[in-house]
Ligand binder design. Structure first.
Ligand SMILES: NC(=O)c1ccc[n+]([C@@H]2O[C@H](COP(=O)([O-])OP(=O)(O)OC[C@H]3O[C@@H](n4cnc5c(N)ncnc54)[C@H](OP(=O)(O)O)[C@@H]3O)[C@@H](O)[C@H]2O)c1
Length: 337
């Protein structure tokens, strides 16, 4: 018997082609998963287009995020059982504790073959059982972007009620961060290129909004919205072009979490600005399995649900990736299998 997957045969959305492969066998402490839904991240767009910061050999099955059902188990399984609905943590071996790139293992969807497939084998250590409160599509949206936002704000940032969080744009990482801030009783200021999207984040609970296209020097607006004080936390996804504004938007001693480079990878910042703001600036990798487990428990205890922009059929992944690339989305783009 064979299973169907889609692999990047050549860079570009049209280079994604169906392939048939043998059903993999789970080994020691591994399980076979039937994929029920997948989630897309900006990283996947870059890997498919060949613009990611790391070049992976092709052909490659893309995508890191999914929810699957355990349909077979190898020897030595203790954490899950057949029939469980699980999500797969981004890192192969970063379960808990401090991050070490050398020890975390390879993510799915680059360099390892990913989850744009009917079935695949995963180590049981990286699985988290999904509570009934979350649908397949909601759960599939979580592993990469939500655990990154959780890592930045909750684990590293020690977010407290009453603090103010600035999120940039209305993509996956930023809207997860907005929801985690609201769950913690923090205030949210959101930026976007679109007034219509800013209306939506306001309706969802953001207390201040700034259009970063109309206000390229958006830090001044953020200071105005905070009575001149500045915010406590920034999730910096804009990159070098917005980092200088992020530093100006924080209060003295505030935190800037460097996560992405949606506005391009080049730019210059005077490091003395970090000194002047007494800023804590940290690079944030995708979170651990433990962080994924914590944020799933937080959703289960909350009335908030992941914000799904649109679901495509999994065989239409190329168009789903095109949609993400367009920037028209609000929240997560997902696939149903
Ligand atoms: N460090 C890590 O481990 C890690 C983990 C996950 C993601 N990332 C990175 O984080 C970034 C966001 O990922 P994602 O999956 O959340 O992306 P996404 O869902 O595709 O978000 C894209 C949205 O970001 C906004 N945006 C675009 N250019 C911007 C700019 N110059 N400044 C501010 N906002 C901008 C736009 O929102 P509006 O339309 O509202 O303007 C756009 O719709 C990416 O660079 C990704 O590679 C890094």
């Amino acid at each position: 018997m064979t299973i169907k997957s889609f692999a990047i045969q050549a860079h570009g959305f049209d280079g994604l082609k169906a392939v048939q492969r043998a059903v993999p066998e789970p080994g020691e402490r591994e399980v076979l998963l039937r994929v029920r839904a997948m989630g897309l991240n900006y990283r996947d767009v870059e890997i498919v287009l060949g613009t990611y910061h790391t070049d992976f050999p092709l052909p490659l099955v893309p995508l890191s995020d999914c929810v699957g059902e355990v349909i077979a188990t190898g020897p030595g399984i203790t954490r899950v059982r057949q029939g469980d609905r699980v999500v797969v943590a981004f890192w192969e071996r970063w379960n808990d504790g401090a991050f070490s790139l050398a020890d975390a293992g390879a993510p799915l969807g680059g360099p390892k073959d990913g989850v744009l497939t009917e079935q695949f084998v995963a180590l049981e250590d990286r699985l988290v059982v999904v509570p009934d409160a979350l649908s397949d599509l909601e759960a599939a949206s979580l592993p990469c972007a939500a655990s990154t936002a959780w890592h930045a704000l909750v684990t590293a940032g020690r977010l407290k009620a009453g603090e103010t969080v600035l999120v940039q744009g209305t993509g996956g990482v930023s809207l997860f961060a907005m929801q985690f801030a609201l769950m913690a009783g923090a205030r949210v200021i959101a930026t976007s290129s679109s007034d219509a999207k800013l209306e939506r984040v306001k309706a969802l609970g953001a207390s201040g909004t700034v259009n970063y296209k109309r206000h390229p020097e958006w830090a001044a607006e953020v200071l105005r919205l905070t009575g001149g004080r500045g915010v406590d936390h920034v999730l910096e996804v804009g990159g070098p072009g917005s980092f200088g504004q992020a530093l100006k938007a924080i209060r003295p001693g505030g935190q800037v979490n460097v996560i992405g480079y949606l506005g391009g990878a080049n730019g210059a910042t005077n490091p003395l600005e970090i000194f002047r703001r007494q800023a804590t600036v940290r690079g944030i990798p995708v979170g651990s399995r433990w962080m994924l487990q914590e944020l799933i428990a937080a959703y289960a205890a909350s009335s908030l649900r992941p914000l799904i922009d649109r679901a495509f059929d999994w065989t239409d992944a190329a168009n789903a990736l095109r949609h993400l690339h367009s920037g028209d989305h609000f929240g997560k783009v997902v696939l149903s299998a």
